[in-house]
Design a protein around this ligand. Structure first.
Ligand SMILES: CC(C)(COP(=O)(O)OP(=O)(O)OC[C@H]1O[C@@H](n2cnc3c(N)ncnc32)[C@H](O)[C@@H]1OP(=O)(O)O)[C@@H](O)C(=O)NCCC(=O)NCCS
Length: 162
C-alpha cells in the first residue's frame, strides 16, 4: 500500500445523498454471502430506507462514508449492541481488492477511540478477517448466528484491537 492510496481514501459523515450507492452495494449477492449477517431481503428498498433513516438519526452511531478518489465506495459504522461498541463496514464490489477497507478501518480507529471495540466476521469471510488483522485486530471470541444471506447458522469470529 503506497502513500498514493492513503490520499485516495477519505472518510466523511454519511449523508442521505449516499444512500443510493449504499443500496446498490447492499444488493450484491456475493457481498451478502460473504457478510452473512445481512438484511432479510437486501433488495427491499423500503426496509433499506427505514434502516438507514434510523442510523442517520441515531447520534450514538458513528457513520462514515468511505470515498475512494472522491467516489462513494462504501460505509463504515460503529454502534452499540448488548452494551458493547461494534464496528461494521461494507465496500462496493467495484472497489474491492484496492486496500480501501483496510485504509478506511485504520482511519476509523483513529476517530473512534472507545474500547472495547469488537468486529464480527463469518469465519469464512477471509477478506474481512485479513482487513481486521492488517489493522491490528486479534481474535477475542467466537459466536454463531442465523445468516439471512445463507439461510443457515453460520459461525463467526469476534476480533478486537490488540
Ligand atoms: C470484506 C471487504 C470489506 C474487503 O474490502 P476490500 O476493500 O476489498 O479489502 P482490502 O483491499 O483492504 O483488503 C482485503 C485483504 O483480504 C485479502 N483477501 C481478499 N479475498 C480473500 C480471500 N478470499 N481469502 C483470503 N484473503 C483474501 C486481500 O488479498 C487483502 O489482503 P492483502 O492486502 O494482504 O493482500 C469487502 O469485500 C466487503 O465489503 N464485502 C462485503 C461486506 C462484508 O463482508 N463486510 C464485512 C463484514 S464482517
Amino acid at each position: 500500500m503506497g502513500a498514493e492510496l492513503s490520499f485516495a481514501v477519505v472518510l466523511r459523515d454519511a449523508l442521505e445523498a449516499d444512500l443510493a450507492s449504499f443500496f446498490d452495494f447492499q444488493r450484491d449477492p456475493e457481498a451478502n454471502r460473504m457478510a452473512a449477517f445481512t438484511a432479510k431481503d437486501p433488495t427491499h428498498r423500503g426496509a433499506f430506507a427505514a434502516h438507514w433513516k434510523r442510523i442517520l438519526s441515531d447520534e450514538s452511531i458513528v457513520k462514515k462514508t468511505i470515498l475512494f478518489d472522491g467516489r462513494v465506495a462504501g460505509n463504515i459504522l460503529s454502534f452499540e449492541r448488548s452494551g458493547e461498541r461494534k464496528v461494521g463496514y461494507w465496500i462496493g464490489r467495484e472497489f474491492w481488492g484496492k486496500g480501501v477497507a483496510t485504509e478506511a478501518l485504520s482511519k476509523f480507529l483513529d476517530l473512534v477511540k472507545t474500547r472495547p471495540f469488537h468486529a464480527h466476521a463469518a469465519k469464512d469471510n477471509l477478506a474481512s478477517i485479513r482487513v481486521l488483522e492488517k489493522c491490528g485486530f486479534v481474535l477475542s471470541g467466537e459466536d454463531e448466528g442465523f445468516s439471512n444471506a445463507r439461510g443457515e447458522k453460520v459461525e463467526e469470529f469476534i476480533l478486537e484491537p490488540a
